[in-house]
Design a protein around this ligand. Structure first.
Ligand SMILES: [Zn+2]
Length: 534
């Protein structure tokens, strides 16, 4: 059950959380928490809000402890603004709870919040992230927080005193509860009177409506954010909840909440590392219907779940990093494959091994992996050159890596296909020439013609990825009278570069392209002879 601690940041937090949970509430399930607002598409950067506690909760479960990862959907928050691409008439819903706003036109979901929750929920399932989702709409409207609300209102002077330490200007009279208007459903309300004895609360709304309710029975309103968050820490007994940098400035919810949770709710602030920003590189051709926001679902279209998990597992929360949608994804995959080989050979360092393990499996079991992980850059080149034709793709993958059926290369093949389709710019796409470039062939000198002859002569004997690599580097060596294992000199390198450029011009009409051995395999021996031959 217990394993060697201190192998990586996740283990260290798990140690700390287990000890703290034992101190706070021995014998109870350990609670880790995340919070997300479904006010629009969930940005890929916000995945850290979920992945950080997921990894810690998963480590705690691996050690045999009972652990719950709560995902609070802040779907009872107000609708703040109409995002670009949505009918401006949605402005009439500003101020309503997100669950009371209609979903964007054409959505199969019952409301705005559910529309944006659904793709995130699906992405989390694909990532192997097990959460217990909580709708704050359900919590508030069912009266689950009634005692907590009454307590916050009773202790409003105390909360106000905490807040005033960070405030620069005075507020009229502080009230920590905001009713949603019974008539128009919006929160454009002002509390005009409150009686602590009867809990009678009078409010007016900008729409002209006004009424008096008994707070002890009212379930159409919510605590303001800086009170709502610490209330839930206490209510749910949260021991671990990270948050973004923006929550940690003086007077922010994290700082204020840390005082309010004890003073008012008799709870404690969770262990909560501050996590750094996650950036995105690339991201070509995003559809504007999605609001131009890269989401976890977008990332999972171009990379496998274990790779995306790995990005979060290998970096400490305080380290920022970038998720590549551009060519950089090929290098990322090279690094991932290299780590896989290291792990298989038993040569990975403890922290590397821990991150790898967290990427490929959870306490529930292993995540789906590609049986034959052909290099991503090779797959991308192949589907680029074949424009995804399955027969051609299989022929090449058989030559490249002995792939017997395309399913062996899936799901990685599908991710690479998607990357080529959505992220490769038109001027990066490879188009194999239909006809030989007679003009160029006719203009070649004797040395160049000889290099092409040597290539064609060796083609059949070298028809594999490794063989063709040896061949294309070897031709200029042969011409210079050097041995096949001769060390590279500046002259040799220049000759190799010139030879490669000539081949690219003849095959794809450009000076560069996919790696030559892959390109040759993809083009096929007959067509190579046709395009390069005399
Ligand atoms: Zn109203």
């Amino acid at each position: 059950m217990a394993e060697s601690a201190e192998t990586d940041w996740v283990s260290r937090f798990a140690d700390e959380v287990i000890a703290e949970a034992e101190r706070r509430s021995p014998g109870k399930p350990i609670v880790c928490a995340s919070g997300l607002s479904p006010s629009g598409p969930i940005h890929l950067g916000n995945l850290r809000e979920v992945m950080t506690p997921h990894l810690v909760a998963d480590e705690i479960r691996r050690r045999g402890h009972e652990c719950v990862h709560l995902l609070s959907w802040d779907d009872y928050d107000r609708f703040r603004r109409v995002p670009a691409g949505v009918d401006p008439s949605w402005a009439e819903h500003i101020g309503k709870p997100l669950t009371s706003v209609p979903a964007p036109p054409g959505s199969p979901h019952p409301n705005w919040a559910e529309h944006f929750k659904a793709p995130m929920t699906a992405a989390l399932a694909e990532l192997g992230v097990v959460v217990h989702a909580i709708s704050q709409t359900e919590q508030y409207t069912s009266g689950a927080y009634r005692e907590q609300i009454l307590r916050a209102v009773r202790e409003r002077a105390r909360i106000d005193a905490v807040l005033s330490r960070y405030r620069t200007k005075q507020v009229e009279e502080y009230f920590p509860y905001k009713p949603y208007c019974e008539l128009c459903e919006r929160d454009l309300t002002t509390v005009t009177a409150y009686d602590d004895m009867s809990t009678e609360l009078a409010y007016t709304c900008e729409c002209g409506f006004g009424e008096t309710v008994r707070l002890a029975e009212h379930d159409r309103g919510k605590l303001v954010w800086k009170v709502d968050w610490p209330m839930r820490w206490a209510y749910e007994g949260v021991v671990f909840e990270p948050s973004g940098v923006d929550h940690h400035s003086p007077g922010s919810a994290w700082i204020v909440g840390g005082e309010v949770v004890g003073d008012v709710f008799g709870g404690e602030r969770p262990i909560g590392p501050m996590y750094a920003f996650v950036g995105i590189t690339g991201m070509a051709k995003m559809s504007s219907s999605k609001g131009d926001v890269p989401t976890p679902a977008d990332a999972l279209e171009i990379m496998e779940a274990p790779v995306l998990r790995w990005l979060y597992a290998r970096r400490k929360p305080a380290q920022s990093f970038k998720i590549a949608f551009d060519q950089e994804i090929q290098r990322l995959y090279d690094e991932w494959d290299a780590l896989g080989r290291k792990v298989a050979a038993g040569q990975a360092q403890p922290a590397e091994l821990a991150a790898y393990r967290r990427a490929v499996s959870t306490a529930e079991g292993p995540l789906p992996m590609t049986p034959r992980p052909v290099a991503y850059r090779t797959l991308a080149s192949v589907v680029d050159i074949t424009t995804g034709d399955p027969d051609q793709t299989l022929r090449i993958l058989r030559d490249v890596d002995g792939v017997a059926a395309l399913d062996e290369a899936r799901p990685r093949l599908d991710r690479a296909q998607r990357w080529v389709d959505t992220q490769m710019l038109p001027d990066q796409r490879t188009r194999v020439r239909r006809e030989p470039d007679h003009e160029l062939l006719g203009s070649l000198g004797e040395t160049e013609r000889e290099s092409l002859r040597l290539l064609l002569d060796g083609l059949d004997a070298h028809w594999s990825l490794d063989g063709l690599t040896t061949l294309v580097y070897g031709v200029p060596k042969l011409q210079a009278g050097l041995a096949a294992d001769a060390p590279a000199t500046p002259e040799l390198k220049a000759a190799q570069r010139a030879f490669f450029a000539l081949l690219y011009r003849l095959l794809v009409g450009r000076d560069t392209g996919p790696r030559l051995p892959t390109l040759l395999l993809a083009v096929g021996a007959d067509r190579v002879r046709d395009l390069v031959g005399p």
